[in-house]
Design a protein around this ligand. Structure first.
Ligand SMILES: [Zn+2]
Length: 427
């Protein structure tokens, strides 16, 4: 399997299965319901983990939660920890609704403070960092390869975190002395404060995956400074850190006039509620992970039509069999080309090669498209009656009908799109 790495600027070969494959993916800063753009790295790297496992790899997938940060202090003065805890629960709930499972580890910065402090001490004692009035800065001039990930000349870089006390405008904070208005802080050898954003990822990744691992994932928007700084901190103290650096393209609202309805849909939760998770996953599947993808009513309607075309082919289908699975392996093993995989799924659909299609959809969390829609009419009528009962707020009757549906071997799910429910065979 080959994957494009931002660091080497070419396709890199993974070791033969079973690996192991350690995969660290930068997670969200938690202070509000997560934006739909945050779903893309989660989905792309969850899919990659699922595919690697299907190919026989032993994968450990780590996805962090940044729960101490300026944005959180600003969003909830005096109550930042409460907000971070609530927003963490929202994030886990929202990405959990995508139907792809959760990463193996979701470490929080606030639960990794000891490891972060140890790493900063190593950087200070080896001359790669220095303390200024309770802040600790990474000394960029001590690491000659700085800039290699974002492909910038180190002497032409923009200043990070301006502070006249820094030795060099490029230096960035590892530890920040506690300030007025910040309601969380920890003791450290450098004084009371809290970690900078970049060091937490280096510390969490190395704690859970060791000092060398295969894949680091993130959105293209944080190559610099965040990922550049992670790489510098870890390599400065002798860790190889990640070998392959994958950066997914951005989800864009721009490029066309934003319709009123799309303008109102900004969070993962709203997208799932309006379109259903299968439609959203198919939308993301349609672009190569490195390319940008445009989110609009039109592109979501196209994805919805594709979901319907897959459901239709399984409705009452008796003809199973066929499908060249090796072709899917060739496509995905060559830089994980999901857009081409989707084209292959449509070809399987058109040719009635439903065994391979069902198996392929399951890799991407879309197995439900192959299970639905063939409920007997009597079950469908009960589902409609249940909807009517709910609309009339007769929840007792609605529950009774749901139990009847379940007793007949079906599960009724509420969805945004017409007819407002979906019937899924229970396993
Ligand atoms: Zn990170």
């Amino acid at each position: 399997m080959r994957l494009y790495s931002t660091l080497s600027r070419r396709l890199e070969q993974l070791p033969a299965p079973p690996g192991p494959i350690g995969m660290y993916v930068c997670g969200p800063t938690v202070y509000q319901r997560a934006h739909v753009g945050n779903a893309r790295p989660f989905v792309v790297f969850s899919w990659l983990a699922r595919w690697l496992r299907a190919r026989g790899y032993d994968v450990t997938f780590v996805h962090n939660i940044t729960d101490v940060n300026d944005s959180i202090y600003e969003a909830a003065p005096g109550a930042s920890a409460d907000l971070a805890a609530r927003a963490t629960a929202w994030y886990v709930e929202d990405v959990g609704s995508l139907g792809l499972g959760l990463p193996d580890h979701m470490p929080k910065a606030t639960e990794t403070i000891a490891e972060i402090v140890t790493m900063i001490e190593r950087l200070v004692s080896s001359g790669h960092a220095y303390v200024v009035e309770g802040d600790v800065y990474f000394r960029v001039s001590s690491y000659p390869d700085y800039g290699e990930l974002s492909n910038q000349r180190s002497d032409e870089m923009a200043e990070q975190e301006p502070n006249p006390l820094k030795e060099d405008p490029r230096d960035f904070a590892l530890w920040k002395r506690t300030k007025a208005g910040e309601d969380t802080a920890w003791d450290s050898p450098f004084g009371r404060g809290r970690p900078g954003w970049h060091i937490e990822c280096s510390a969490m990744a190395e704690t859970l995956l060791g000092s060398a691992f295969e894949i680091h994932g993130a959105g293209l928007d944080i190559v610099f400074p965040h990922n550049e700084n992670e790489l510098a901190q870890s390599r400065a103290v002798g860790s190889e850190y990640a070998r392959i650096w994958m950066h997914n393209g951005m989800l864009r609202f721009v490029g066309e006039k934003m319709s009123k309805s799309i303008g109102n849909v900004q969070t993962i939760r709203e997208v799932i509620d309006r379109w259903g998770h299968e439609t959203f996953l198919l939308f993301l599947l349609s672009a190569h992970w490195r390319k940008p993808i445009d989110f609009s009513d039109e592109t979501m309607e196209q994805a919805q039509a594709q979901a319907e075309s897959f459901r239709n082919v399984f409705r009452g289908a008796k003809v199973d069999g066929g499908g060249d699975w090796r072709r899917l392996e060739e496509i995905l093993d060559d830089d994980f080309n999901t857009a081409e995989a989707l084209a292959l799924f449509h070809s399987w659909r058109a040719h009635g090669e439903l065994d391979a299609l069902r198996r392929g959809l399951e890799v991407f969390g879309l197995g439900s498209l192959a299970e639905e829609g063939s409920a007997p009419l009597a079950i469908e009528e009960r589902a409609r009656a249940r909807q009517q009962a709910r609309a009339e707020r007769d929840f007792g009757e609605a529950d009774r009908l749901r139990e009847e549906i379940e007793a007949a071997g079906w599960e009724v799910r509420d969805v945004a799109e017409s007819p407002g429910f979906r019937l899924v065979r229970r396993r």
